[in-house]
Design a protein around this ligand. Structure first.
Ligand SMILES: *Cc1c(COP(=O)(O)O)cnc(C)c1O
Length: 385
């Protein structure tokens, strides 16, 4: 079976992890701040707070921005459920914005229409989570301008887009957002096993997120009430969690990060190769904006209407091609339907979903395997007509 994604672990990665295992610190040691510094160096963000998953990063990002019960968070319906759930963790109301059918990212036009209406009704969002689907940045300058006009905070869910760029800037530099979130799950661009990061240029947000990551506990006298009792002293100054990343994971992350550009270059090469090989087939890749350079986390095709997606999918799986579907529209999940959403609410998201298939794409995929995928797809399309 050729999987749709696979991590790449080198001997250097293994040695970096072994070094930590032989050291004094398995967690809360020097590897975590070193990984955070490497993330800042790579993205040009001023602060990075690494945590045990992107889901945790989204949660503490929302809390640091002050989201609470009675608040509102909007995101795209075509994403992993975590982009929406972070709002629910805070007790906020979650709502969705339809996608642009070309890029499959949140449509800035649909967002603007919804904002205008929400303003009239006094129901503007507190936070919008812009998801960079498949590795391509949203049109951030437009969404950022809307955030200033309508007064909401902006989180980039860049779980897919580590190593991608928007205009001349690396995704994660937070030029057009308050906080950017990365995921280091093994299927993403670089991995720590499980892990995530929240990047920001705001020192206040960074220190709030660092507290939330570790029980709301500080050892910094400047944050304490009164004087420390002694060198052992700490204070819990708010309610936080244990969302820490271990040093074992952070060492793997730093080692992986040193190959990020190589990974993205190979993904990009494979994506252009898919573009060429699929030209004559009745399928459409996602469209790419001039201003973006995708990290190519996923290579997604949309089938022509006349094909049964399920048949194509099953044929490919039977042929040993590990295709997948990203994503089932979040608003159609039973949990969100129970909150009042229903089929038909976001037509572009639903139409996208019914025709989309994700083809295998990862740095270790070789040209011969890719040819095999394309050949199997051609045969599956003939069968599904
Ligand atoms: C993978 C993913 C997440 C969650 O990442 P974890 O690190 O597994 O918590 C969130 N948002 C999107 C868009 C993702 O793809």
């Amino acid at each position: 079976m050729i999987p749709y994604g696979r991590q790449d672990i080198t001997e250097d990665d293994i040695l970096a992890v072994i070094d930590v295992l032989r050291s004094d610190w398995l967690t809360q040691g020097p590897a975590v701040p070193a990984f955070e510094k490497a993330l800042c160096d790579y993205t040009s963000a001023s602060h990075a707070v690494v945590v045990n998953s992107a889901t945790s990063a989204l949660h503490i990002a929302c809390l640091a921005l002050g989201l609470q019960s009675g608040g509102r968070l909007w995101t795209s319906s075509i994403t992993f459920v975590a982009s929406a759930n972070c709002g629910r963790y805070c007790g906020a109301e979650v709502d969705f914005v339809d996608i642009d059918p070309g890029t499959c990212n949140m449509s800035p036009a649909a967002l603007e229409v919804k904002l205008r209406q929400a303003k009239a009704e006094g129901r503007l969002p507190d936070i919008v989570v812009a998801v960079h689907m498949a590795g391509q940045s949203c049109d951030m300058a437009k969404i950022y301008a809307l955030s200033k006009q309508y007064g909401f905070n902006l989180i980039e869910d860049a779980s897919h887009a580590v190593g991608g760029s928007y205009r001349d800037y690396k995704v994660g530099d937070c030029r057009y957002s308050d906080i950017t979130v990365f995921s280091f799950h093994p299927v993403k661009i670089v991995t720590t096993g499980e892990g995530g990061a929240a990047l920001t240029n705001d020192a206040g947000l960074a220190s709030a997120m660092a507290l939330l990551r570790s029980h709301g506990i500080t050892r910094g006298p400047e944050l304490m009430q009164g004087e420390p009792d002694g060198p052992w002293y700490y204070q819990q100054i708010g309610l936080g969690f244990n969302y820490r990343m271990t040093d074992i994971q952070a060492a793997l992350g730093s080692s992986q990060l040193s190959r990020l550009d190589t990974y993205v270059a190979r993904r990009r090469e494979l994506a252009s190769r898919y573009d060429r090989l699929l030209e004559s087939l009745p399928v459409k890749p996602l469209s790419q904006l001039n201003e973006t350079a995708s990290s190519w986390h996923l290579y997604i095709i949309r089938l022509d209407e006349k094909f049964e997606r399920k048949i194509v999918f099953e044929r490919l799986r039977d042929a040993g091609i590990g295709v997948n579907v990203h994503y089932i529209p979040v608003h159609t999940q039973p949990y969100y339907r129970a909150l009042g959403f229903d089929f038909g609410d976001y037509p572009n998201a639903e139409s996208y979903y019914s025709h989309a298939i994700t083809l295998p794409l990862f740095p270790g995929l070789n040209d011969r395997q890719q040819d095999e995928v394309v050949e199997a797809l051609g045969a599956a399309l003939v069968a599904a007509r």
